[in-house]
Design a protein around this ligand. Sequence first.
Ligand code: NDP
Length: 481
Amino acid sequence: MLISTHPATGKEAGRVPVADAAAVEAATARAREAARWWQSLGFDGRKERLMRWRSLLARRVEEVAELTGLEAGKPHADAVVEAAGAVEHLDWMARHAKRVLGPRRTATRLLLMEHTGHLEYQPYGVVGVIGPWNYPILTPMGSIAGALSAGNAVVFKPSEYTPIVGQWLADTFAEVVPEQPVLQVVHGLGDVGAALCRSGVNKIAFTGSTATAKKVLAACADNLVPTVIEAGGKDAIIVDDDADVDAAAEAAVWGAMTNAGQTCIGIERAYAVAPVYDAFVAAVVEKAGKLRTGDQIGPITMPRQLDIIREHIDDALAKGGRAVLGGAEAVQPPYVAPTVLVDVPADARGIREETFGPTLTITKVADAEEALQQANGTSYGLGGAVFGKRNAIRIARRLRSGMVAVNGTLTFSGMGNLPFGGVGDSGFGRIHGEDGLREFARPKAITVRRGPSLLPAMTFERTPGQVATIIRALKILYGRR
Ligand code: NDP
């Protein structure tokens, strides 16, 4: 049995049976059958059921938010906002799957004009989803909603820290789709995730740390199982000289401290240009200083993360950084008080590695160019933010990341129609939006001959005269400058 407990009180939130490798394989085999049935419903049949699930989730949002509080310690408001994001993505995926993935005819090409082209997106079959604990509703939903909308069945392995929320998602889905096990859940530790990779699934959607992503890729390599990897980040906010400094500070504090900083796209570093630096630091300290641990800044869910946060703060201070809020004493297990660090050198761990706590470093830079250079200086590239007016979008384009919010933080994660994913150590592939739907389907190209060939190129029966015509046609069509 896997017993899930509250990170601060230790109170049991629930317990679930642990799967072994054979049970995982059996779940994948059941899912393969279920996938055939699910696929046979077509886009409209699936949409109707997925919309019912969306409505159920929206009606019972307090219930799942409470469960998230019980087992991850997430403050209620944060859990509600998380669940709202999940509902948004499910709604978008269900509504748009047919338009994005449905069969279509493609334009005819002159050299093969007797053929019509057809494109359709076929589901993989069974998608294994491996999820983290920090956003136990929203992050798996990004993959689950895409995979289901595209016509796949899903076997989901939630984090060992949030199995009850994972089970709730599968149970509520079964309430609206009782016919077949289209969404199943398997519980356990990392070995269960590894077993899922080797269980015969046709695709793995992994969300978690970069270190575990590499293990997942190695496990998937044996059977060439394709993957989408949503890994960690070290996101930066750039505050330009024409930014609304107060708004930038408010967004930076929320982006850095929401969910106690345990957010893949959490803001961990700020780069403020010299003219606004002092005002920005003062506003951040003022706003972050008002936050209360407990109801606004929840506990750190994973005990070993507390050591990492403490090490990053200590390392920054040892290397010449200064705490203008919080600091060495901020880590009071299981809580970490908001911490703002300045003058932290670029080689400090808190600048280079994912901290995953309610901490923010603020660095003074000469201009946006230097901000970009420093912001782009880590191996990660997930999200980011820019505050400013004249050049904000130009700066946003040049941030090495998959997503950027301009004059906001984290906002791209809540938009159903935008893709979500990173570059570098933050992973590859996309969830959410049209790209997130296509991630869970294979494009299938079909050509259909409609008449005799005018320029028979692809046959041994072509004559020298026809080859000469092909050469002439090629030059006329493509040879001109
Ligand atoms: P982990 O990498 O520790 O775990 C992620 C999932 O993988 C868990 O379900 C875990 O199970 C499982 N797992 C562990 N070992 C293996 C293995 N060998 N093979 C297959 N699966 C395995 O991440 P966390 O749960 O700690 O989540 C935090 C991380 O997730 C952070 O780095 C964060 O940035 C990232 N993240 C990325 C997001 C994105 O969209 N880019 C969104 C949210 C988080 P178990 O829990 O039982 O160990």
